[in-house]
Design a protein around this ligand. Structure first.
Ligand SMILES: Cc1cc2nc3c(=O)[nH]c(=O)nc-3n(C[C@H](O)[C@H](O)[C@H](O)COP(=O)(O)O)c2cc1C
Length: 206
């Protein structure tokens, strides 16, 4: 019986409720000027395996989708819907970024970086892969606004690029990933769209 429960738990990719990583406060003074970051921004596809520090992770996620005002974010969103959700895939598992709590909530104990990489294995080498998702069940996301979260995701992607350029990290925006495998592992409903992803790590020569 215990065996069957263990098998079921593994298949469902469950994580214990206490699996929460509280991140340090983001350092809003790190990096270079915006114009210097714009000058440095580029896509990089080779990553060192070294983990990001929690400070880097915190700054990166805050830049991507964190709160810079009590009720609003670093990223603009159509109709201020703030629908974007980030999933952070690392060796230790997959986490949902809780921007309000500045914490990572484990949603799956498996390493899903391979599923994010899909047919581009270089992406699985990065220590962190951020998946930019949106639940479009809100009735507002009907034509002509059915693509609104696509634009929201693009803005988050731009923020990630700029944070990385400003802080010496490598990244690339990717539209490709194994969406079916990720949605299954993360147990996401059909209403969730996985828009883009960003492997992030320290650069190595390509
Ligand atoms: C929406 C979008 C989707 C992309 N998808 C991929 C991808 O799946 N794989 C990849 O290697 N690069 C992908 N890229 C990165 C582009 O190839 C890259 O931005 C382009 O070659 C320009 O290079 P730069 O970012 O260094 O200016 C994507 C970029 C965007 C904006």
């Amino acid at each position: 019986m215990t065996f069957h429960i263990a098998i079921f738990a593994a298949a469902m990719c469950v994580a214990a409720a206490e699996d929460v990583i509280k991140l340090p406060a983001p350092d809003a003074d790190s990096g270079v000027t915006v114009t210097q970051a714009l000058k440095a921004r580029r896509s990089q596809r080779a990553f060192a395996e070294a983990e990001l520090s929690q400070a880097e992770l915190s700054g990166l996620l805050w830049a991507a989708n964190g709160f810079n005002r009590p009720d609003k974010r670093t990223n603009a969103t159509g109709m201020n819907k703030q629908t974007i959700v980030l999933y952070v895939c690392m060796k230790s598992g997959a986490y949902r970024y809780d921007a309000k709590a500045n914490a990572l909530v484990k949603v799956c104990g498996d390493d899903l970086r391979g599923a994010v990489a899909g047919h581009q294995p270089f992406a699985a080498k990065a220590p962190v892969s951020i998946v930019i998702a949106a639940d479009v069940s809100d009735p507002v996301y009907k034509a002509p606004w059915d693509t609104l979260t696509h634009y929201d995701a693009g803005i988050v992607s731009g923020n990630i690029y700029l944070y990385c350029a400003a802080n010496g990290l490598a990244t690339v925006c990717r539209g490709s990933m194994d969406r079916d495998a990720l949605k299954k592992a993360l147990r996401l409903p059909d209403t969730v769209r996985l828009h883009l992803n960003h492997p992030v790590g320290r650069p190595v020569a390509e």
